[in-house]
Write a protein that binds this ligand. Structure first.
Ligand code: MF3
Ligand code: CO
Ligand code: CO
Length: 272
């Protein structure tokens, strides 16, 4: 456990610990930059998993997903109506699919966690709109926070944004504190959960924001045959983006920014 905790058991990291978090976020982002060019029509999700596994080990680090609560692979690959935790297998990515790649690594004991949703070739207008709205939702969430601000403000801003687009926000899965553990306090809901109104984001806290937006209903179904794959209840599309964020005295620091990926303001879809 982290040395310093608040009343709510949320770790507050000192400068040395923040450096550990920064190194983990930076490596995880480099891994995303490595994998991005491979996410193309014709590749299987299993091949993506192998590339992630080998790159991570070659750099002396550990895939956090592998073996986590029995999860069998190194990455989550969630295609189309899969909301999250899709397990890589021999499924081939094909033109028109959207796929979320969610990467988490452990670097010298510290975790970094991020995801992006990719378009495979040309996709439907709805798919592009959903990805645009979800990418914006992540940034709206990031821009809603300030030192000593409330966790509530993140979900509130994200839900308002999704409503403008007439997409729904998944409620059963949320962002999370992160550090020497994968998932810890505080939970970061992407909707205005009144239970988060009194939770303050103090400088030194670290957590993810990872909104999942759905084309139709926000309700999800867990695949009981593999125990992991989460799908939309109505079979509509789902998209997600995620970053790991360190709150500092002067504002949020995004630890998992990539060099080559979409930056704040990136356009996936524009109205005609
Ligand atoms: N990376 C996911 C998250 O953002 C968690 C995946 S857990 C796994 O929290 F076991 F499915 F890999
Ligand atoms: Co993740
Ligand atoms: Co996460």
């Amino acid at each position: 456990m982290a040395r310093t905790t608040t009343k709510d058991e949320i770790p507050v990291y000192n400068e040395e610990e923040r450096e550990g978090l920064r190194r983990a976020g930076r490596f995880n982002a480099e891994l995303m930059d490595f994998i991005r060019p491979y996410v193309q029509p014709g590749i299987t999700t299993g091949e993506i998993d192998r590339l992630v596994y080998e790159y991570t080990l070659d750099h002396g680090h550990t895939p956090a997903c592998l073996g986590y609560n029995g999860y069998p692979r190194s990455v989550c690959t969630s295609i189309n109506e899969v909301v999250c935790h899709g397990i890589p297998d021999n499924t081939v990515l094909k033109e028109g699919d959207i796929v979320n790649i969610d990467l988490t690594t452990i670097v010298e004991g510290w975790y970094g966690d991020q995801s992006e949703t990719f378009r495979i070739g040309e996709v439907s207008e709805t798919a592009s709109r959903l990805i645009q709205a979800t990418f914006e939702a992540l940034w709206v969430g990031i821009r809603a926070i300030k030192p000593h601000g409330r966790v509530f403000d993140i979900g509130n801003a994200i839900a308002r944004h999704a409503r403008k687009w007439r997409f729904s926000v998944v409620r059963e899965y949320q962002g999370h504190g992160i550090g020497r553990q994968f998932h810890q306090e505080p939970g970061i809901p992407h909707y205005p959960d009144p239970r988060t109104k009194h939770i303050r984001i103090r400088p030194g806290m670290c957590f993810t924001i990872e909104p999942m937006l759905n084309q139709g209903t926000w309700r999800t179904v867990l695949d009981r045959s593999d125990g992991w794959t989460v799908r939309t209840k109505d079979g509509g599309l789902s998209a997600q983006f995620e970053h790991t964020i360190l709150m500092t005295e002067s504002g949020p620091e995004i630890l998992t920014l990539t060099r080559h990926g979409p930056q704040e303001g990136h356009i996936f879809w524009k109205p005609e």
